[in-house]
Each structure stands twice: as structure tokens, then as C-alpha cells.
Design a protein around this ligand. Structure first.
Ligand SMILES: [Zn+2]
Ligand SMILES: [Zn+2]
Ligand SMILES: [Zn+2]
Length: 192
């Protein structure tokens, strides 16, 4: 590495003349830097809108995992950088679009695009709260959750009632089948 900076990747260089100009020049340079940053937040992927193949995306994901071995999920900013509001030619467009070559996905919402890019990488953002399963898409999780609803593995040994959870069965057995409970409840109201 020589000491020569990579001029191409930097904002336009403005010549210094007087100190009064200096302030406005610094402001202009700062503004330009901010604009550059807002196009590609915290990532070096400046030309993503030109298109990235699925294989390239997976290769980047592999390197991402090597850099961040402890991250369970990909960073949202990182995922979002493979979508945006630029056409392949660099013109501004109305909605976000997926920059993966051949993918036609568009969406008004950035967070939906984050999920979408994650789906290219099999990222399972949708996690079941009742078991360790997780899913790429929301409708897959919904379907899975309905299977939990339907499953009532805990059955009462005294009657045909079934329950989704052990504690619900225990409550049922305590309330309905505790010996002498029903009779006792009718007669005495001050039990503990
Ligand atoms: Zn896509
Ligand atoms: Zn589950
Ligand atoms: Zn029962």
C-alpha cells in the first residue's frame, strides 16, 4: 500500500481559495458525504442497484457470517442494502425493489424488503413463541401456530376433556375433579 488515497471513492475534491469559501466548501463536502452515506448505509455496496446474483449474495452472506460468527441473524441494514429505490440504470423509482438479478420483488415498505432479502438467504425471521421452530415467511409461521392450537396433547384422566398445556389440564383437574370439591363448594364458600 502506498500513501496515495483512492480518489475515485471519495467525494468531489474542491479547491481551497479563501477562508470564507473554506466554510462553505467544508459544508458542501460534508453534505455530499452524508448523501453518499444515505444511499448506502454503513456498507461498501455502492453499486448494488446494478444487480447482484443469488450466488454473489450467498458468497457475501458467507463472508458476513465469518465476520460476525456470533450473529444469529443478518443485520437489517445489511439486508436492506440489497434493495432500494434505484433502477438498474441508477434512476430513482417509486417503490423499493430487490436488487437480486432476476427477482421482480417490489414493495413500498423497507422492512418488508428486509424480510424479502432474508428469504433469499433462508433467514428465519419468524419464530414460534411456543417451540424452537422458525420460518422464512409469516404465513408459514401462522400455519405452524395453528397446528399448536389444534394440538391438545394433555387429556384428563377423569373425563374426555383435552388441553394444549399441562398447567391448563392441572387447573381443570383441580377445579372439576378434586374429590369432594363440587359438594364442598356448594355448601361452604369460605374455603381456602
Ligand atoms: Zn428478491
Ligand atoms: Zn411452534
Ligand atoms: Zn376432566
Amino acid at each position: 500500500m502506498s500513501g496515495i488515497p483512492n480518489v475515485a471513492s471519495r467525494p468531489r475534491i474542491v479547491k481551497r481559495k479563501s477562508s470564507t469559501q473554506d466554510v462553505s466548501v467544508r459544508k458542501a463536502v460534508k453534505k455530499e458525504r452524508e448523501q453518499t452515506r444515505s444511499i448506502a448505509p454503513r456498507t461498501p455496496i455502492l453499486d448494488a442497484h446494478r444487480g447482484i446474483t443469488q450466488a454473489e449474495l450467498e458468497a457475501k452472506a458467507f463472508r458476513y457470517r465469518q465476520r460476525n460468527p456470533r450473529d444469529e441473524d443478518f443485520d437489517k441494514q445489511w439486508l436492506a442494502s440489497f434493495s432500494g429505490k434505484l433502477s438498474a440504470e441508477g434512476e430513482m423509482i417509486h417503490d423499493f425493489r430487490c436488487y437480486v438479478v432476476g427477482c421482480k420483488q417490489v414493495n413500498k415498505r423497507r422492512d418488508h424488503m428486509v424480510v424479502h432479502i432474508g428469504s433469499h438467504l433462508n433467514q428465519r425471521n419468524f419464530k414460534c413463541e411456543r417451540c424452537p421452530s422458525s420460518f422464512v415467511r409469516k404465513n408459514e409461521l401462522n400455519r405452524h401456530e395453528r397446528s399448536h392450537e389444534a394440538a391438545r396433547p394433555f387429556s384428563c384422566s377423569h373425563c374426555p376433556a383435552t388441553f394444549r398445556r399441562q398447567d391448563l389440564l392441572a387447573r381443570h383437574e383441580h377445579n372439576k375433579h378434586q374429590p369432594g370439591k363440587e359438594n364442598a363448594r356448594k355448601k361452604v364458600k369460605t374455603c381456602t
